[in-house]
Design a protein around this ligand. Structure first.
Ligand code: GLA
Length: 680
């Protein structure tokens, strides 16, 4: 595949992070020292200005970048590029004092006091006016600066505001969505139930904690509206920069498992995907290897949001974070493993929060490349510097691309709707976890999946797994049918196809939109199990390839009208003897249905069968080892990461490890946390 460089002016991968020299303006010696240390650590980029509004504009209208310009120039002279942020993630005191509408209202409609960050009202006209002024000034000053790589819009956009301005915007957004026809909205939200009918759009309020919050359509549309509102704010900032002459690419830093907004919608409007990766390494409930796979899933999601270019790991912690209930330092070697995993999964950057530790306030104990001691001989500095050297060694990775043929379908609407549905068990719905578990199973077979949405392009995939696809977006039934008909392998599970995009139940049997024909079955009941309930299923005709009996957890669905081949049947309880797992031949492909929740590892036989149908090459990896592949025009780069606690041996390797420069033909031995990148 052709390489696609994010920043053609930079040789190789980016290594750097958030840098806040505004905290040290009275210490020029520290700034000088930082540059020296950054170079020593192989750092070639910094992100500046993320929370600098009060320094840029200490009092209203009094804007000056005299502090920033010489620093940016000095960094550039030393080979260090700048990613410049708009400073809108936190507001100066003067702004909130004079324009209280900038402060967000909580879910009871009560206005916040000044303080903290990430809590502005994105629709406040006064706030936007101030944003426009500062962003324009920034762009006029720094656009086209040779050291400027890109614009970082605000910081970790998130949350909802329940003020009157937002209420009005929500009403307008709804009027647009429902063609200004309140009856259309009433129908979609099924408001006749409990006499919830609205007479006009201006009667509708956000789902206040003490107001209307059990109309499910309203709750879902509120989340969709907030996605629109945050995107609208982000677009407003981008447009402001562009109108002031900025041509550099834009990004905004996303967060793991982020719930508030549908990132897929937002991503259409920015140039590059970036995200903040904060693993909880060495935790006390799972192995590091298991935890790393969770990271990997997130990387895959962010990679898949813009599949035609590498993404950026915009932040990660050198050493430790300070905001978790328990803040454990990364053990030696873990830093490199986490950083290389990002690169393996498609990131062209390893960036940190933060380069230098702040001396005071709430993040003074958060990890940094340069600690309070200020020297190059701390353990963390040395690990960062060693990684810096490795990143230079593997600079040919920059611009290479993933090319996966398996995908997990994972939708925000579906996440929200499942959580809000008054069904199943409150504590065990676990949609995210279910998708993650499927991802892990493919990873254990050495096959990395992408993460796609219902409306994405599926044409390159041979296998798609769509666990718990409760909400069927318009046209998705036909899309799945076509995918399978043309030879795709598609897997669904219990709780699939129950409702349409408005959350109205599909009539005429589940799964709706004609999927009953694709799967060759209908589902009639979904039963919730207590943790102590004992239900098993029996696999048919897979002697030696699958476990004879598999435990069922949380949910079992009763199937009917089954014309598909039955691969497993229930053993126990009232469904004993009825189908539990099926496979339907449909056109040139197969549609699999797993009607109950099991450990995914018990379904390995099924995933192997799906892979066998496609010809995708796979091979079981040793426990704890991850494999990711990136491609250039003429080479493939297989990344092997040993995330486990023991050494591991991977067989049938043929190529050159571009980290150690060793030719490997045969077995590859990796120590704990060791990484190899095999070029072939
Ligand atoms: C987030 C923010 C940073 C910093 C880090 C700390 O990712 O974007 O400003 O607060 O968390 O982990």
């Amino acid at each position: 595949m052709a390489r696609n460089f994010l920043f053609p002016q930079v040789e190789g991968l980016l290594h750097g992070g958030d840098y806040n020299p505004e905290q040290w303006l009275d210490r020029p010696d520290i700034l000088e020292k930082d540059i020296k240390l950054m170079k020593e650590a192989g750092i070639n980029t910094v992100t500046m200005g993320v929370f600098s509004w009060a320094v840029h504009e200490p009092t209203e209208g009094n804007i000056s970048f005299d502090w920033l310009e010489p620093i940016m120039n000095r960094l550039y002279d030393n080979g260090i590029y700048t990613i410049l942020a708009t400073p809108t993630g936190a507001r100066p005191a003067w702004l909130d004092e004079k324009y209280p509408s900038a402060m967000r209202c909580d879910d009871m409609g009560v206005r916040n006091h000044h303080g903290v960050r990430h809590n502005h009202c994105m629709q406040s006209p006064e706030f936007r006016q101030k944003v426009q002024i500062i962003d324009t000034a920034l762009a006029k000053k720094f656009a086209n600066h040779p050291g400027l790589l890109m614009w970082h819009i605000s910081n970790e956009l998130g949350g909802y505001c329940y003020c009157d301005t937002c209420k009005k915007k929500f009403q307008e957004w709804l009027a647009d969505r429902y063609d200004h026809d309140i009856n259309k909205l009433n129908k979609a939200w099924w408001t006749t139930f409990w006499s919830h009918t609205f007479n006009s759009f201006d009667q509708i309020e956000p789902p206040y904690a003490n107001g209307e919050n059990c109309v499910l359509g309203l709750n879902l549309d509120w989340k969709r509206y907030n996605t629109w509102s945050a995107t609208d704010f982000m677009k407003f900032e981008i447009m402001t920069l562009r109108s002031a002459g900025a041509k550099e690419p834009t990004t905004t830093n996303y967060m793991e498992w982020f719930y508030d907004y549908d990132y897929r919608y937002m991503s259409q409007f920015i140039d590059v995907i970036s995200w903040d990766n904060y693993p909880e390494s060495h935790n006390n409930w799972q192995s590091d290897a298991d935890h790393m796979l969770e990271r990997s899933f997130n990387h895959a999601l962010f990679r898949s949001l813009k599949p035609d270019k590498p993404f950026m790991m915009m932040e990660s912690a050198p050493g430790v974070v300070n905001w978790r209930p328990y803040n454990k330092y990364r053990r030696p070697g873990m830093h490199k493993l986490i950083s290389m995993q990002a690169v393996a999964a498609g990131s062209d950057t390893v960036q940190y929060f933060q380069i230098r530790k702040s001396r005071g306030s709430s993040e003074q104990w958060h990890g940094a490349v340069i600690d309070h001691i200020g020297t190059n001989d701390t353990r963390i500095f040395k690990e960062v510097a060693s990684l810096g050297q490795d990143l230079k060694k593997i600079s040919e990775i920059a611009g290479t691309m993933a090319d996966n043929k398996v995908a997990i379908l994972y939708d925000w609407d579906n996440r929200w709707a499942i959580d809000d549905a008054w069904a199943l068990a409150k504590d065990t719905k676990n949609y995210d976890k279910t998708c993650l578990e499927v991802y892990k199973e493919f990873m254990s077979l050495g096959v990395e999946p992408d993460i796609v949405g219902s409306n994405d392009d599926w044409s390159k995939y041979k296998i798609i797994c769509a666990p718990m696809l409760y909400v069927l977006q318009d046209g998705i039934g036909d899309k799945i049918a076509l995918f399978v008909e043309e030879g795709g392998q598609f897997l669904s599970t219990y709780f699939t196809g129950y409702v349409n995009k408005d959350l109205l139940s599909n009539l005429g049997g589940f799964p709706g939109q004609g999927l009953d024909k694709v799967f060759g079955l209908r589902s009639e009941e979904i039963d919730t199990l207590y943790p102590e309930d004992k239900v098993t299923i029996k696999i048919i005709d897979k002697a030696g390839l699958a476990p004879h009996s598999i435990n069922v957890y949380d949910y079992q669905e009763m199937l009917r009208d089954v014309s598909a081949d039955v691969l497993a049947k229930y053993n126990d309880d009232y469904l004993a003897g009825t189908p539990a797992i099926t496979r339907n031949e449909f056109g040139k492909g197969h549609a699999y249905y797993v009607a109950c929740r099991t450990n995914q590892s018990d379904l390995e036989f099924l995933y192997r069968e799906m892979l066998d149908h496609t010809g995708i090459v796979y091979s079981k990896l040793p426990t704890g080892v991850e494999k990711h592949t990136r491609y250039s025009d003429d080479s493939a780069y297989d990344f092997y990461l040993n995330c486990g606690d023991d050494h591991a041996t991977i067989k049938k390797i043929d190529g050159e490890d571009i980290i150690s420069n060793a030719e490997i033909h045969g077995s590859l031995k990796l120590d704990k946390y060791e990484i190899a990148i095999i070029k072939h």
